[in-house]
Each structure stands twice: as structure tokens, then as C-alpha cells.
Design a binder for this molecule. Structure first.
Ligand code: SOE
Length: 382
């Protein structure tokens, strides 16, 4: 039974506000934890809607000004689920007020914007993390365990895609609620910060630092109506991005992301090829890890489709019985559970702001290369 409280103040109540709230509500039902999240307050600008959200998700109270929420002494941790352009200001203020900070990805729009955030949490000595949730899907964590155990041997290739198709219509406006992801001022970038950031975070976690990149970015629809100004304005985001890279371990990386792959809604896949073995994973079949081991006896050698649902596979001992699977939302439950366990033991929850800064550096280098076509050093240190 949890004996201590972690009092949460959530800023923003869109799609991510729901995934995080669900994570807070479920974690202690399934994981043995000392800390229990308490949904103290949610903050949003539209009073009627924030109140409805608070009632629906059973937050004890609501605010319309995040500064007021940060100033409250009945809140321990600020969770930032707002558009990317607001992450830095809120995170820095929260850290300065001595609050723990959980920030939705990407950490910020650019490395320059993310650096003071890292400095602020480190100066204040407050616990912090960034919600790169896919790390915590059992099959992805299993991939990490297999790689770390040396099963793949030397790694030669890392390949990842994140494909969507929701912005193909030229009638779709940019800016404002739900559509801030198309507005460069709010988002910082398009698929690079929104989707490739996930791929880069997973890749560097599994395969180490990315030291240089060369990229091709494209904006297919150059102008869209802007919801905030009412005018047709230039689109500043990358609709698609392809990049090649070198990892510190000598392996080669190939990444692609687009919102123009008709038929694909959220196809995040990766494949890793090592000397002895290879791994493949696909978000649409998230409980499976495909594994090929060249050391198997030749007559039965082939791709194994591992259904990651057994109690001794990552996180699964906390869920159902072998063979029964879990979903996307569980990655957030696991992130909450890990955060609370680390709070108990004093461990750092990864990715913390400093680690997420490395992903921001790769994104910056990719976007710079998308402009000039050259190879760019990332400056990543992992
Ligand atoms: C965009 O459609 C989006 O919701 C991203 O913002 C999320 O980070 C990603 O996990 C799914 O796609």
C-alpha cells in the first residue's frame, strides 16, 4: 500500500493530458509503490473545459493560470502537456519553485531553448523526466535487454520509420488547438520534433549516440490558413524528413518520417541488424518483437515472433497472465510507475532533461542539414 503522496499539477488537457492522467490513475493498481499520485489540479485557459476535464478525470481542483498552479504549496510535481513553445517557460518556473517536472516530448523546440531547462532543473535539484513513452513498451524494453546482453553482437544498421497521413489535405488549417503541430511557431518543427524525436530517443537508448547526420526535409503544402490570424500563411514545418546518420558504435542509421504516407496512421517501426542477430519492432503490433539469431541450428533458423506477454518479460509480471496483451496507454502507466519507484529509491528516471537534450541536438542537426544538405555534427555526448 502506498504510504506517501505525489501531488500532481497537470498543465494542458489535450490528448497527452488524458494519457498522463490515465497513467497516474492506474500505476498503483498494478505496481507495488510507496508513492501514490494524487490528481491535485489541472490547468487550462478555457475555464469551462478545464473544469469538465477536472470532473471527468477526478482532479481535485482546476486553475486557468499555470503560474498560480506552480505557486500552490499543495502540489509537488508539474506535468507539462501543452504545446512545445510553452514547455521552457513553464518548466523553468516550476523548477525555480522547487517542483519536480515531467515534460511531454519534445523537451523544447530547439536545443537553445532546452538548455536553460536542463540548467534550471539541475540547479534546483528537482527530479525531472521527459515523456518519451515508447521506451516503456515491454517489447521495446526487451529489445534493450537483448542488445545490452550482447546477443546481437556488433551492430551494423539501425533503421526507423514513423509514418502518418493526417495532414495530406490542403484544407487543413494550421495553428490553434489540436493543429498547433502544423504551426512552426508553436511546434518548432514538423515531423522531426514530433515523430522523429521518438525514433531518435529510442535509437540512442538502444544503440548509443548519433554523432553526425545528413537530411532531406520537405514541406509539401507551402501555405495553409492560420487559425489564430485567420489569414493564409506560409507553412514553416517539415512535412517529411529523411535522414542518414553515424552512431558512435560505428553503425549506420537510416530514418524516415512523414505525415503524407497515405494509409499509415502511426506506423512507428525499427529494425536493428547485428553480427549475430537482428531485431524488428512495429507499433501496430506492439506486443511482438521479431528476433532472428544466426546461431540457431540451420534447419530451424528463421525469424522468431516473440509475443511479449510472459511474466518474466519487462513489465508483464504486473499485468495479466501469459498470452494476454497490453496497449499504447500502458507505456504511460509504466512511465509513472518507474518515476514513482525512482522517487522511492533516489534513482534518476530516464530520459531526464539532460538526456532529452541529446535528442534535441540530433533534431537540430537534422533540421539544419535539411536546409543546406550537408553533413552536420550533432555534438551528442552519451
Ligand atoms: C502526432 O500525431 C502524435 O500524437 C505525436 O505528437 C505523439 O508524440 C506520437 O506518439 C503519436 O503521434
Amino acid at each position: 500500500m502506498p504510504s506517501k503522496e505525489l501531488r500532481i499539477g497537470l498543465v494542458g488537457y489535450g490528448f497527452m493530458g488524458r494519457t498522463h492522467s490515465n497513467g497516474y490513475k492506474r500505476a498503483c493498481d498494478f505496481f507495488d509503490l510507496e508513492y501514490r499520485p494524487v490528481l491535485k489540479a489541472v490547468c487550462g485557459r478555457t475555464e469551462k473545459r478545464v473544469k469538465e476535464f477536472a470532473e471527468h478525470w477526478q482532479y481535485e481542483s482546476w486553475e486557468t493560470d499555470w503560474k498560480k498552479m506552480i505557486a500552490r504549496d499543495d502540489i509537488d510535481a508539474i506535468d507539462i502537456c501543452t504545446a512545445n513553445d510553452t514547455h521552457a517557460e513553464i518548466a523553468i518556473a516550476a523548477a525555480e519553485a522547487g517542483k519536480m517536472v515531467l515534460c511531454e516530448k519534445p523537451l523544447a523546440r530547439t536545443t537553445a531553448e532546452a538548455e536553460p531547462m536542463v540548467a534550471a532543473v539541475e540547479k534546483a535539484g528537482v527530479k525531472n523526466t521527459v515523456w518519451y513513452n515508447y521506451r516503456r513498451l515491454p517489447a521495446v524494453t526487451l529489445a534493450k535487454q537483448l542488445i545490452d546482453s550482447g546477443k546481437l553482437g556488433r551492430i551494423f544498421h539501425y533503421r526507423a520509420n514513423f509514418l502518418q497521413d493526417w495532414t495530406i489535405s490542403e484544407d487543413l488549417p494550421q495553428g490553434g488547438e489540436g493543429l498547433w503541430r502544423l504551426d512552426v511557431a508553436a511546434a518548432g518543427s514538423g515531423v522531426t520534433g514530433d515523430l522523429l524525436a521518438h525514433c531518435i530517443d529510442t535509437a540512442m537508448w538502444l544503440n548509443g549516440g548519433i554523432n553526425r547526420v545528413t537530411a532531406r526535409t520537405e514541406t509539401f503544402i507551402k501555405e495553409r490558413k492560420h487559425n489564430l490570424t485567420g489569414k493564409v500563411e506560409k507553412v514553416g514545418i517539415d512535412d517529411a524528413c529523411l535522414f542518414m546518420c553515424d552512431f558512435d558504435n560505428g553503425s549506420l542509421g537510416l530514418f524516415e518520417s512523414t505525415r503524407y504516407a497515405r494509409g499509415h496512421k502511426a506506423l512507428y517501426t525499427f529494425e536493428i541488424n547485428g553480427e549475430h542477430a537482428s531485431i524488428k519492432w512495429d507499433l501496430h503490433d506492439l506486443n511482438r518483437l521479431e528476433y532472428f539469431d544466426h546461431r540457431d541450428e540451420s534447419i530451424v533458423r528463421g525469424w522468431r515472433s516473440i509475443h511479449v506477454s510472459d511474466g518474466d518479460q519487462p513489465y508483464m509480471g504486473n499485468w495479466w497472465v501469459p498470452g494476454l496483451c497490453i496497449g499504447y496507454e500502458h507505456s504511460f502507466v509504466h512511465q509513472v510507475a518507474d518515476f514513482l519507484k525512482d522517487l522511492e529509491t533516489g534513482a534518476t528516471t530516464q530520459p531526464d532533461f539532460r538526456n532529452a537534450l541529446e535528442t534535441a541536438k540530433v533534431c537540430d542537426a537534422v533540421l539544419s542539414s535539411g536546409k543546406d544538405g550537408a553533413w552536420h555534427d550533432t555534438g551528442v555526448k552519451i
